[in-house]
Design a protein around this ligand. Structure first.
Ligand SMILES: Cc1cc2nc3c(=O)[nH]c(=O)nc-3n(C[C@H](O)[C@H](O)[C@H](O)COP(=O)(O)OP(=O)(O)OC[C@H]3O[C@@H](n4cnc5c(N)ncnc54)[C@H](O)[C@@H]3O)c2cc1C
Length: 390
């Protein structure tokens, strides 16, 4: 039977793994979402227990390199798993895929000291990392204006001062990768570097949580004259945007896959509701205006998915994927917002209340249109490239 979300179909070699991950997320992670969403010690205990189960079942760290203790699943195969895993926001953390971006970045661009010390521990879930580029008072879409400054320290290394915000998971992080200006002045296009800051370093401080449409997980942080080792420079001095660009390409693509999984989840809830909610004229699904929600949602899913997989294929082949990732990112964010919105509508007031995951799915879809670069940035960048295409 054709899969509801259409092409591309999951390759037979990956189907069993994808289905096991989907079952794990559906049966173990989703029931724990209220606890995991609330955060705090109870959430941490539940997450650790899910991680133990994932390890025991051979589902741990599937996309991470084998050198770091992962299972080396190539991106083209992992993509199908990522959709299943990402159907819950907590899936990637429960299954050990969440550290992929940080572990890979430090593994590829860290100094020998950093490579020895951190990526494998991140992959094992023993350390947690976050990534801090966006700053209060400065447009995140224009990194050349970054105000955080790192100045050389007597005897080597750096002293970093600045403020970052909307840093996901900063309060629980052991390591924070910080974008800072090491040379020149804003808005010079050169002179930005990435520095790895251990969160326990004096001068590092979590300022406050920034709930996004009511949900936690984003934080404002301050760095006041924080001393950072010379060995904690990530990539070359002044080359931050090359490393960040590599990270963002993969990061955006992984997010698109997870958003597809969440959009599929909202779509399934909508179908179930349309089939089971019955009024005096029969089931909701018999009403043409409800059928229109189903049609538009399926159309969005089926047209977005090939775009996301085109980005996956180009990244997997090591090709320039800027146009494909830009198209996929805008389409996947819109799709999640649209399908979650339609599913809420079909559920009536219940869709806005606490008894379904639809408010969380809608919130993620809305935030998706801003995080990792707002829609406008990708639209402008894809359009500029399209205008130059032969
Ligand atoms: C849930 C969530 C998680 C996040 N996690 C992180 C994180 O972990 N680390 C991190 O560093 N950041 C994170 N962010 C921040 C996010 O990456 C930034 O919000 C985003 O890059 C936009 O930057 P900004 O908010 O400063 O908006 P601005 O740059 O001020 O842009 C505001 C608006 O201006 C318009 N605009 C901007 N540029 C253009 C353009 N070229 N053309 C037309 N219009 C334009 C758009 O409408 C845009 O939405 C997160 C944000 C959210 C919501």
């Amino acid at each position: 039977m054709t899969e509801i979300t259409g092409a591309p179909v999951c390759p037979p070699a990956v189907t069993e793994l994808r289905d096991r991950v989907a079952a794990f997320v559906r049966e173990r992670v989703m029931p724990g979402e209220p606890v995991l969403d609330a955060g705090g010690p109870e959430a941490a205990t539940l997450l650790r227990s899910l991680q133990r189960e994932a390890r025991a079942e051979g589902l741990w760290a599937l996309p991470l390199p084998a050198e770091l203790g992962g299972q080396d699943l190539p991106l083209a195969s992992y993509a199908h798993v990522a959709e299943a895993e990402g159907a819950s926001d907590h899936g990637p953390a429960a299954l050990g895929s969440a550290p992929l971006l940080d572990a890979l970045m430090l593994w590829r661009h860290g100094t020998p000291a950093v490579r020895d010390r951190y990526p494998a521990r991140l992959a094992a879930g023993d350390l947690r990392a976050c990534y801090a580029m966006t700053e209060p008072g400065v447009p995140g879409t224009d990194p050349f204006l970054t105000a955080t400054r790192a100045v050389p320290r007597d005897g080597g290394g750096w002293r970093v001062s600045g403020r970052k915000w909307f840093t996901s998971a900063a309060a629980d992080a052991d390591l924070v990768t910080v974008l800072a200006r090491t040379d020149g002045e804003a808005p010079d296009r050169e002179g930005l570097s990435l520095l790895l800051v251990p969160a326990r370093t004096p001068g590092f401080r979590v300022v406050r949580e920034l709930p996004v449409l009511g949900a936690g997980g984003q934080w404002e942080i301050a760095l006041d004259d924080v001393a950072v080792d010379a060995a904690h420079l990530v990539g070359e001095r002044g080359e931050a945007l090359a490393v960040a660009g590599e990270r963002l390409q993969l990061g955006r693509t992984l997010r698109c896959l997870r958003w597809l999984g969440q959009a599929r989840r909202a779509f399934d809830l909508m179908r179930e509701r349309a089939a089971t909610r019955t009024g005096s004229r029969g089931p909701l699904g018999d009403l043409q205006l409800i059928q229109r929600h189903v049609f538009e949602s399926l159309l969005a899913l089926r047209t977005t998915r090939p775009l996301v997989y085109e980005a996956v294929a180009r990244l997997d082949a090591g090709l320039d994927a800027r146009v494909e990732v830009g198209l996929a990112k805008v389409a996947a964010a819109r799709t999640l917002q649209q399908v979650a919105d339609a599913a809420i509508q079909v559920h009536g007031a219940e869709g806005l209340g606490p008894d379904t995951p639809l408010p969380a799915l809608f919130r993620t879809g809305r935030a998706a249109r801003i995080l990792d670069g707002p829609d406008e940035l990708h639209i402008a960048s894809v359009a500029r490239r399209a205008l130059r295409m032969p």
